[in-house]
Design a protein around this ligand. Structure first.
Ligand code: ZN
Length: 472
């Protein structure tokens, strides 16, 4: 049986020891996935770069763009054919790093394999033109694929991570990446959250991003703040003991174990202002406090933002590729730009510091009208999500404003949740025309209703495989 792992650099001193200071930093994902085969031998079955600083990722088994240290004669981005010299090179230069990582990263296994056996496994597995994707999916789905029969990889088929990363980078994709979502009821359990996520995003709809919904809520009672003094009840969270942190990390780790590193995982996190608005009876009540007693509100926002910064960092450390950071109140419907600049933006930026090393951070500007869209275009994120059909701006208008990857195209209360097929397809095709299909992820603007019939979602997912991409 294969168990996919990714390794993230979590310590500082080790960089110097391994000589990778120039190309690796704390928080980087080391592009290997390690697993055990049916004979309990350890194998490295992925050795590719997942790093936002390097444009492009490998495609197919004959391309390896590996980040290695230049002073050992390997250029960043170099492609390696899987031949004898590659084997030697890996043994000489990569093996010590992998070995070191496995020893440090003690949740991989208590008896780390030798570097040599790892690399031997790597070359036998990857070099012979087969990959273990079918196996790792076999675990996720419970059976098919099975151990012992690696599936030949179609050369032009991208993994989900490659497809989404190519979209983020503005590179060519084999088809438009797609995602949609609604909420679940995990009742506080990270394990249940992972099961529901895997069932919906992977098993049922085979979507390109596993989006963990915010259904394990921030630990503060909803609608409980009535008096301005109540804001002082908002406290720093104890990272080590917090159920909120722990259960969300459990969900991420369970999903990562299930899908390996071929599928991006993002954690949905509400912005500090968004959480604070949830704590009051109504948004108007929040605004009243913000306007009349700003200092206590600022203090609470800053505590929430610091909690969320630590939480996002913890999510990334647990294996998430980034965060789906949802803003509410970022609309003229609720407050002025000046007020958002005072109560929203600084805390958003503080919280997002937790995601600064990840490559797939999606900013969701929630609302059905008058979004403050231009005000957040400079946020340090890679993808923008909003209800383009409901609130605007259109994808075309947004494309003219920003070079960030855009996510949307389907009206969340439109054909996607009600049909008919022709209209679901028409929206998707129109979205591709508006964006030219580059730097674009096809998705709902916001959650579809939880009772949306699977039928229309199946229709939507299936037609994505047939969508034509503009030439060039
Ligand atoms: Zn929304």
């Amino acid at each position: 049986m294969w168990i996919a792992h990714h390794l993230r650099i979590r310590w500082m001193g080790g960089n110097r020891d391994t000589g990778v200071t120039d190309v690796c930093h704390v928080g980087d994902v080391i592009p290997v996935a390690v697993g055990r085969d049916s004979e309990q031998h350890w194998r490295v079955f992925r050795f590719r770069c997942v790093d936002r600083r390097l444009p492009g990722v490998s495609r197919g088994v004959n391309e390896y763009r590996t980040k290695l240290w230049n002073d050992r004669g390997v250029a960043v981005g170099q492609e390696w054919p899987p031949d004898e010299s590659t084997n030697d090179h890996l043994l000489a230069h990569v093996a010590p790093l992998v070995s070191h990582l496995l020893q440090v990263h003690n949740d991989v296994d208590s008896t780390p394999p030798t570097a040599h056996s790892l690399l031997d496994g790597y070359c036998r597995t990857e070099g012979c033109g087969t990959v273990s994707r079918a196996k790792s999916r076999g675990i996720a789905m419970g059976a098919q694929g099975g151990a012992g029969h690696p599936m030949a990889m179609t050369m032009d088929e991208m993994t989900k991570t490659e497809r989404v990363m190519a979209a983020v980078m503005g590179e060519e994709v084999d088809r438009i990446p797609v995602c949609f979502w609604h909420h679940f009821r995990p009742h506080g359990s990270g394990r249940k959250m992972a099961e529901a996520t895997l069932e919906f995003f992977e098993a049922t709809f085979d979507l390109d991003i596993l989006k963990i919904m915010p259904d394990l809520p921030y630990p503060f009672p909803r609608r409980s703040v009535r008096d301005p003094d109540d804001w002082m009840l908002v406290e720093p969270i104890d990272v080590e003991r917090s159920r909120f942190f722990h259960q969300r990390a459990v969900a991420i780790q369970a999903l990562r174990d299930a899908v390996g590193y071929e599928t991006p995982i993002v954690m949905t996190v509400f912005s500090p202002l968004c959480e604070a608005m949830h704590f009051t009876e109504t948004r108007d009540a929040f605004l009243e406090h913000a306007r009349n007693t700003p200092s206590v509100v600022h203090e609470a926002l800053s505590t929430i933002a610091e909690n969320l910064r630590a939480h996002i960092q913890d999510c990334v450390d647990s294996g998430a590729d980034g965060v789906f950071f949802a803003l509410q109140g970022c609309t003229h419907q609720y407050m002025s730009s000046e007020e958002y600049k005072e109560f929203g933006r600084p805390y958003d930026l503080l919280a997002l510091q937790g995601a600064r090393d990840s490559w797939l951070n999606i900013l969701h500007v929630h609302g059905d009208r008058e979004l403050m869209f231009d005000e957040v275009l400079d946020y340090p994120i890679q993808v923008l999500s909003w209800s383009d059909r409901l609130a605007g701006p259109s994808l075309r208008e947004a494309r003219a404003k920003t070079s960030k990857c855009l996510m949307g195209g389907w009206h969340e209360f439109g054909p996607l949740s009600n049909g008919p097929e022709a209209d679901i397809r028409a929206e998707a095709e129109d979205a591709i025309r508006q964006t030219t299909g580059r730097k674009f992820i096809l998705a709902n603007g916001c959650s579809v209703p939880d009772d949306t019939q699977d039928h229309w979602l199946h229709v939507a997912r299936e037609l994505v495989d047939e969508l034509e991409l503009p030439a060039g």
